[in-house]
Design a protein around this ligand. Sequence first.
Ligand SMILES: NC(=O)c1ccc[n+]([C@@H]2O[C@H](COP(=O)([O-])OP(=O)(O)OC[C@H]3O[C@@H](n4cnc5c(N)ncnc54)[C@H](OP(=O)(O)O)[C@@H]3O)[C@@H](O)[C@H]2O)c1
Length: 286
Amino acid sequence: MPAKTVVITGTSSGFGHLAVRRFADAGWNIVATVRKKADLDVHSGLDNVKTLLLDVDDEQADLAFADLALSQFGNVDALINNAGYFQGGPLEASTMDQVHRQFQTNVFGLIALNKAFIPLFRKQRSGVIVNVSSISADGGYPYTSVYQASKAAVASLTEGLHAELAEFGVIVKALHPGSHETKIFSKVDRAEDVPADYDAGWAAFASLNLVRSDPAGTAEVMFRMVTDGDRKKVHYYSGPDGEAIPRVKQLLGQDWYFEELSARNRGQASPLWTAVMPTPVAAPAE
Ligand SMILES: NC(=O)c1ccc[n+]([C@@H]2O[C@H](COP(=O)([O-])OP(=O)(O)OC[C@H]3O[C@@H](n4cnc5c(N)ncnc54)[C@H](OP(=O)(O)O)[C@@H]3O)[C@@H](O)[C@H]2O)c1
């Protein structure tokens, strides 16, 4: 039997870069995409990895990408829609251009790639699609509203596709990573001309989120999502702050969970929240 093949977008750094290594270690073929020509050699030295250029904002390229990916190894078994970035800051100071670009990359590009691979997976009656959402889609984080709206759209799209494609043997899942130490935080598309009213609150919120987990754990969860054979589970979480969410929500219920999270995000975490919600564990220094 030929080795299985996974397509992973956004592999120049972070989760995508680590996921390429995780699948390569397990003997998979990988079609890895990068956005910039300068990153085309980012996986050099790894066998069975074909690195291709893809800016997911280019919907025509996305829609044609399944055929290109299939031609690399002759089969495709899974797609991980990982590429994304973070537009941050108060909504009133974020331009509509920033909002559109955030949705173009995180939502519309991802939808186009789902559209590209669904016919292939439907016809072969198998295939796993992992769409990368975020824990921010599960609650209210300030200065994050546009990003979390884009990730909530990803989560909701995934639930719909999970229901729509199950009869064809195609499994669609959403990954909600907690806060992890990747380059995403050094590439934030920040709101500009922010009214001074926000300065203190934004700085206080930022100070709550300085410890971030090792992203290798998330690459491991990506591998599990593709290989565990679970056809019922839609939402997966990674990182201690992510993995706790389903059980804390079950414990508190939706409204109480939201109140406790909001208090935490104002720097007023209750003893209950502190007891039940683990914080990220710092990634080892490189
Ligand atoms: N780190 C976290 O705490 C966290 C938490 C929840 C969810 N996430 C999500 O996890 C995913 C991976 O992020 P990461 O944390 O690993 O950050 P990262 O290290 O910045 O990796 C993001 C990857 O996406 C690529 N990308 C961005 N825009 C693109 C576009 N238009 N076309 C193609 N590729 C594009 C980046 O390429 P360039 O190098 O060219 O920019 C990079 O390869 C993202 O969807 C992010 O929203 C991250």
